[in-house]
Design a protein around this ligand. Structure first.
Ligand code: GLY
Length: 442
């Protein structure tokens, strides 16, 4: 019976814990969390609360519990070096060490890595450490610009022309702010197309793809409103998406394999964990928006419930570097994940709905769905929301229409001042994605 430590406290880690718990090896699960997630705790023998920067505390807990390996959910502990700290204590992880995790923690590192190793996928880009030359480069970008700080921003730091600024002067003001804060800024060409997530298992050499998923970052239906950590996502039973061609996912996979090799060459350390590419399919092929060094949230909730391979065996093979010996398979079913959020989520603190953030929610009967807790607090009086996403509701069925119907039916049975995106996974939204790509590809 292996002892496994899950690090993280969100819905992503809830599905990770659930998937580990259904292993034939009946692992003893432990969790280190920033805040108490009752869904994760329900799968664990013991949990410990603390900061992800407390590497000593995490390592001491892992030692005390005789942990065989850790599974790291979020990016923060990866950036802080939790995998290196655990490795120094002789405990391996399904999650990359700090250096290869730069794939996510430094956007400049990743753009330069692809460039240095001649790997396709980068849009036109330049990195600036002063404002000199920024105006000239912005003028070269006919289709508009995207401005990114180098480091982690919780998915909310990317500034897109047309959404966050209108013209070269607006872009320059943003670049100046970022330069003042962090000393460097990434300016890229804005691309037109449809985004998709391709998460891949990687043991440092072998790269195995999971089903493709489409995430929805904007707060409101129709892709309106502020960017969030992700409002929901869907996947199809054929493990592709209807607006993609087979070449699109194949190209993203080939690039990811080359990046895994380049990372090893560059850092001398194999990447062990999940390489999650945020891609955009364009008229000219796929382009890389960014890599993450972990499962996506919400995307983990689309793929892990479909995993047929024993997850403990899979994590072991990644840790041991034997992934090529394992057959990794997913059920051929469709999934629709919708995040239930407090009505005030993503809105300014003085908005009338902001008060909804600390409210109680009541979860009703739900058939054919999986529920994953995100930011909820279990108190004597029941389940309370915080200011963040509360609950991931995942409909799973043979086709997307039924998966979406199940998710909606379950959300309809939730009581409290909550909101969600009704359009995620609907036929209408997907038809629009298909038309968009058809128009682009002529
Ligand atoms: N799906 C967005 C993220 O996990 O960063």
């Amino acid at each position: 019976m292996p002892s496994i430590l899950v690090i993280g406290n969100g819905a992503r880690e809830h599905v990770i814990a659930e998937t580990l718990a259904r292993s034939v090896h009946h692992p003893k699960l432990f969790a280190f969390m920033k805040s108490n997630n009752p869904g994760i705790a329900a799968h664990c023998l013991e949990t410990r609360m603390g900061s992800y920067g407390d590497l000593e505390g995490i390592t001491a807990f892992a030692r005390e519990k005789g942990i065989d390996f850790a599974v790291v959910g979020p990016e923060d502990p990866l950036e802080k070096g939790v995998v290196d700290a655990l490795a120094a204590a002789g405990i391996p992880s399904m999650g990359p060490r700090r250096e290869p995790a730069r794939l996510e923690t430094s956007k400049v590192f990743t753009r330069n890595l692809l460039k240095k190793y001649g790997i396709p996928g980068n849009p036109a880009f330049r990195v600036f450490s002063s404002i000199t030359g920024v105006r000239e480069f912005l003028k070269e970008l006919d289709g508009g610009a995207v401005i990114k700080p180098d480091g982690l921003t919780g998915g909310k730091g990317v500034m897109v022309q047309g959404d966050h600024f209108d013209d070269v002067d607006g872009a320059l003001a943003i670049c100046e702010n970022i330069l003042e804060d962090s000393g460097s800024v990434l300016v890229e060409a804005k691309l037109d197309g449809e985004e998709f997530s391709l998460q891949c298992f990687c043991d440092g050499e072998t790269v195995v793809p999971m089903p493709a998923v489409q995430d929805h970052k904007r707060r409101f239906a129709g892709d309106r409103g502020p960017n969030t950590g992700g409002m929901g996502s869907y996947s199809f039973s054929d493990h592709s998406l209807p607006f993609l061609r087979p070449e699109d996912t194949a190209e993203a996979l080939v690039i990811t394999r080359r990046v895994a090799e380049a990372l090893r060459g560059e850092t001398g350390i194999p990447f062990k964990g999940v390489m999650y590419g945020g891609w955009i399919a364009t008229a000219e092929g796929v382009r890389l928006l960014e890599y993450n060094a972990r499962f996506g949230d919400p995307e983990a909730m689309n793929v892990l419930p479909l995993l047929k391979t024993d997850f403990v065996d899979l994590c072991r093979s990644i840790v041991d570097g034997t992934l090529s010996d394992l057959e990794v398979a997913f059920e051929r079913r469709a999934t629709v994940c919708k995040y239930v959020v407090p009505k005030g989520y993503g809105l300014p603190a003085d908005h009338p709905d902001a008060a909804s953030r600390e409210s109680r929610i009541v979860i009703g009967q739900a058939e054919g769905v999986n529920l994953y807790y995100s930011s909820v607090d279990k108190r004597e009086g029941g389940l309370y929301m915080t200011s963040s996403r509360a609950l991931g509701v995942v409909g799973i069925a043979d086709d997307i229409v039924e998966a979406e119907r199940r998710a909606e039916a379950a959300i309809g049975a939730i009581g409290g001042p909550v909101d969600h995106r009704v359009d995620i996974g609907t036929e209408d939204l997907i038809r629009r994605r298909i038309s968009h790509m058809k128009a682009l590809r002529g």
